[in-house]
Design a protein around this ligand. Structure first.
Ligand code: SAH
Length: 260
């Protein structure tokens, strides 16, 4: 685009994954872009301390996003990115984990494409990879699981619309994002579709951070155990016999978290 006094160069929007929580898991590319950005648009699940990498005069715009309480509707957010870029700003749209795994990164760039705004996508460590590593639960293992699936456990009208026969497989590890509210339903469906109630399952809250909590149990007992422990969002549910490895392989000891 030609630059004229009345039309500044269009800025680029960087859709950046900020990893699962531990600031050290940010990529070098993410850190560099955050340090250069004119505007940073972020929501609540970003690593603690990440905004301190920004320039002091960078504009920081919070757009919230808790599952039941979207502070800024998606369409408005898409338009905000377009507006900032049209004003010539270098924009970082910061997201938890990886932008293309339950991150709506795809929806945001569709609007950018339609508006002719240049963009780049920066991958991040997704919560499943981060939690698995910091819990000592390998997602695949030659003796346990030859495949892994990431699924959304988000409840809609009391149900979760998933291909349960495909997920309830003995040699598969399934990681549910956004599943704490639907935990009882998830465990019920996995058992109803053929897994034994004794099939191992874990919940990881605040994975990779100082507040990490890990609870391992089985499909039959996990919902009651999680409720008794008072574990809530953000948390991942890991279903599979790989969960048995936690006892042997756990290495990360957060000061205030615990493992049961
Ligand atoms: N794009 C993100 C996922 C966003 S969906 C990613 O790639 O990780 C939000 C869900 O991610 C939460 O409901 C929770 O299930 C999971 N999550 C994100 N950070 C987490 C963390 N530190 N520990 C456990 N689960 C986490």
């Amino acid at each position: 685009m030609m630059q004229t006094p009345s039309s500044p160069l269009v800025g680029t929007v960087y859709i950046v994954g900020s990893g699962p929580g531990d600031l050290d898991l940010l990529t070098l590319r993410a850190a560099r872009l955050i340090g250069e950005a004119d505007a940073i648009v972020y929501d609540h699940l970003i690593a603690e301390g990440v905004l301190e990498l920004a320039r002091a005069n960078a504009e920081k715009i919070y757009v919230g996003k808790k599952s039941s309480n979207h502070t800024v509707p998606q369409e408005q957010l898409n338009q905000l990115l377009v507006r900032l870029a049209l004003a010539g700003r270098k924009v970082v749209r910061l997201k938890g984990g990886d932008p293309f795994i339950f991150g709506r990164g795809g929806e945001e760039i569709e609007t950018l494409v339609e508006s002719g705004i240049p963009f780049e996508v920066v991958p991040g460590v997704t919560a499943a990879a981060g939690c698995a590593a910091y819990c000592g639960i390998p997602l695949t293992h030659r003796d346990h699981a030859q495949a892994v699936a990431f699924a959304t456990g988000h409840l809609k009208d009391g149900t979760i619309n998933l291909d349960w026969p495909a997920l309830a497989r003995p040699k598969l590890t399934v990681v549910f994002y956004m599943g704490v509210g639907g935990l009882a339903e998830i465990c019920r469906q996995m058992i109803a579709h053929g897994l034994p109630a004794s099939h191992p399952a874990a919940v990881v809250q605040h994975g990779t951070t100082r507040r990490q909590r890990v609870l391992t149990a089985d499909l039959g007992s996990l919902p009651a155990r999680v409720e008794a422990a008072g574990i809530g969002s953000p948390a991942l549910i890991i279903v599979g016999t790989v969960v048995r490895l936690h006892d042997k392989l756990a290495w990360f000891q957060p000061p205030s978290g615990n493992s049961t």
